[in-house]
Write a protein that binds this ligand. Sequence first.
Ligand code: C2E
Ligand code: MG
Ligand code: MG
Length: 646
Amino acid sequence: MPRHSLGPSGVRLFVLYAVASLIPVVMLGVLLAGQAAAQANARGLARASADARLVSQGIIAPLLGDAPLPAGLGPATPNLRHNIAAIVADRQVLRLRLRDLDANIVFTSDGSSTTEKDEAARAARGTTIAFLPTLEADNGAGGIRVAEVYAPLRAAKTDSLIGVVEMYLPYAPIAADIDAQRRAQTRTLAAGLVVLWLVGLAVTGATTRRLRRSARDNAFLAAHDPLTRLANRRELLRLAARMTARAPAALLVFDLDRFRQVNDALGHQIGDRLLDEVADRLVAAAAPGEVVARLGSNEFAMVIGAASDEQALARLTDIAALLTAPLTLDGLPVMLEYSTGYALSPEDGTDPDMLLLKAEAAMFAAKQASLGPIRHRADLDTFDAGRLRLLGELAAAIRADQLVLHYQPKISLTSGAVASIEALVRWQHPSLGLLYPDAFLPAAEQTELIEALTTWVLAEALAAMNRLDPAGWLTIAVNVSARNLSKPNFALAVLAALTKAATPCARLVVEMTETAVLTAPEVVAANLATLAAAGVTISIDDFGAGQTSLAYLARLPIGELKIDRSFVHGMSADPRTAAIVQSMIDLGHSLGYTVTAEGAETEDDVTALTVSGCDQVQGYVYARPCPESEMATFLAARTTHESWLG
Ligand code: C2E
Ligand code: MG
Ligand code: MG
């Protein structure tokens, strides 16, 4: 089963996202690391300041008096010198000076001196000042980085400012300490950012995967039948276009026979399993690259590589072997029967839409004739573009009352009276004018539209009948299609229409073609039985045009046989045709049917039919199909029941 994935583009998109999202993360990391480095120096200075304050207040101030330096220095000097030496040694202080409140140096640990007073002067006002200069070595060989701190010195007892402690601490140990801290922080920060990035990636990855999967599912559903997972009609057309563009191909359409009965008798679940099984068998029959599709409830299609009729038929034989292999559903053996039509590309066309319509038309023909695979032929084509457009408009036309009925009489040859009138549908199209049945009926008959059409015709014909012949002498003949008769509830719908129109069943004639019987013999027979039992006359239209055996028809409750007009007109000039007509009339009579000849155009035709013993005649010689008003005039001018009685 072909499945669609978004392919490598999805992966590329994800990598792009991963890289793109890394950029702000790295930038944030660099920014935070820079801030941490900047803070490191501030922290180093703070540490040095704290150290200096500890020394000044904790160690030095207690050694001094309350008087500002240098006065307070006097008596303590030797002791102080000793203690400061200890401090310098202990704390690895490089230099320690004491200054008075005017920033003059009053004591120094290493004998050094300076005239710089600014920082000391500010510290003398109570502020601790620290910075990180480089202390030049005496020998000039590079410098050493130090923390230079000026801390106010306050009297231990009174807390009044008495001087300033100036201290130089080597910065390296402080920096090492702080660097170690900073590195630890940076590591934590980096790890945090990486985790954050990975979590982001994981969430995005999962979401992308889910979105991708649902996009893929949606794309699949839009192009496939959910039950069988085969391509749908649209997808078939898309793939067929690709295949026919590359090489000769055949488009095959398969329609399961009696699928509805399986569904009705065994239930939908079994019906679904049957469809699944058919799908599997068709897929098994397909070569790589060929397409299998489900078009409708019981209709499947394939596009196969085939360059000739022979090749297509050979493949169809193989497919038939697979499709008709024994099948058991729910313990019941099921016979898989189907009808097949096909069209070849490029011979029958290359446009996939047209190929499909042609293959479908061929399939309908195969189904109606109960034949094996039929290839499309022009005469099967009920679907050219214009007809399809009309078909699209027909539903609305029926609702908008654009259909009209014309009426044509059947004349009794024994009495010369009108025996019946046949209703023939036309479509008063708003732009195309009056359309005859051959323009829209064949296409409508292959869709559900024919049901709405027949319903409309029947109701209208019965109503017209009541207007044209209130006395009730005539019968009205209505044409029905094979598709109507294959609907199980058709007969009941007809009887309901008769009841609604308050028309006796005996006044209705239902005309059907002989081939209609073949589409769904059991259902058709059941419908005919119901209608005939109620008193409706069943008439076989266009008799002789099909190949149905009369022996088969004889089993149906038929009341009238209408000889196809191709035999009738001109029979007077052709003894062979006259002989055929004669035998049809005799056969009909021997089965108890009324025999009507249609298509009599001349007096000669009528004479020949009278001689042959035909019961009724319909044709241009008497009247062309005409609107209801003209039919009313015709009926008024022509004796009907009186002469029939006479
Ligand atoms: P049909 O039932 O055999 O109707 C007779 C057709 O032969 C009519 O064509 C009629 O105009 C034509 N016809 C009548 N007398 C003569 C004649 O002397 N010479 C020639 N050459 N033709 C004659 P129309 O009306 O075009 O109908 C064609 C077919 O369409 C009908 O054949 C019938 O099968 C179908 N049809 C018409 N109305 C309906 C309808 O309401 N429902 C269904 N299902 N089919 C209909
Ligand atoms: Mg007819
Ligand atoms: Mg006919």
